[in-house]
Design a protein around this ligand. Sequence first.
Ligand code: BT5
Length: 379
Amino acid sequence: MSLQRSGSLHADPAGPRPAGGSRRPTAAHGAPDFASSLPRAFHTSSHAHLVALRRAFSREQAVSGQALARALGRSRTAVWKGIEQLRQLGYRLEGSPRRGYRLLEIPDIPFPWEVELVRRGRFGCPLTYLFEVGSTNDEARRLALQGAPEGTVVVADRQLRGRGRRGREWLSPPGGLWFSVVLRPQVCPSRAGLLAMAAGLAVLRAASSLAPAAPLQLKWPNDVLAGEGGKLAGVLVELEGDHERIRHAVAGIGINMQDVSPPGGRWEPDRPVPVGLARFGCSASRAQVLAAVLWELEQLYDALHRTPEAVVGELERCLAWKGQAVSVQMDRYCVHGRLRGLDPATGALVLEGPDGRLTTVTAGDVSLRPGAGSATEEG
Ligand code: BT5
């Protein structure tokens, strides 16, 4: 029998029933029916026993209690407690005195132990999973200020105050992939724009490998577009440091796994509509998607330090609207022009006016501008 990965959870009737009544996500979105006694947060280090237990279950055969105790280096009682913990969290485990335990169903939740099973590089360890948080960027910043190592990840099922750029709201309902990575880049702050673009490219690479049919493109400076007018993901990089050195950066990444419904039933006109990865035939779990993005991010991040021009080349190849007439809305100006590409040193957007003059834009919102382009500024 093969393991099932459930979107919704089916608590094992043999296991203890959680009491419920907490403010955490409900079973419909992949998180368990909670007991207030369940922890709100799970860390790689404080849940090392579950990491070991889950690793012992990675094959589909039954495992004896004795073998599990050996794998954990702990007593049979500790194994039993771990099994009960997993059951409370939505895992379906069959136990038989003769054959041992068999894992039948895994909830689609990026717990640290699930990510540990599929993680390939340095990024993603340590990892904190939260059922609910204000913003994962705030939590990751807090950890960064306490000295958390590069690659530390905070991931949440739901954000109550998810944010985009310029104070915009980022809708983060249960079931999406909302996470932040602590980075300590050795690059000049003027190149920080490339970090956000590299994070977008990491999502594009990972999503393309998991859902090859997805028509993905990068929209400068931080969006991953899917098809006409769809937004699969957004990136918010927040820096701490001074004009000479970045002390740390927090790369916040939001990926829609399912389509997101608009608040009040309507999306703002002229803004991309949130579309989920599932729409393109992706059947990967959130832990798998997270691990894939973290791996790509790590490769691109390392490349940014060694061979930034190669990263910029790939960014340009994936850039939406190249050669087309666009407008870039900044705080006080709107610039129009033909989108030519990226400044290789900073990742700024390069526009070309009808006279061939190039204009470089470091921040703003790009939109398509049907008709002829001219590099002009409007107040
Ligand atoms: C972004 O901003 O696209 C950056 C989003 C970053 C979100 C991550 S989630 C983890 C971490 N924690 C946080 O609090 N944030 C980061 P921007 O380019 O400003 O786009 C914001 C706009 O996207 C909104 O004004 C909406 O129009 C639209 N939007 C809101 N929620 C969306 C969603 N779930 N999917 C697609 N578009 C959305």
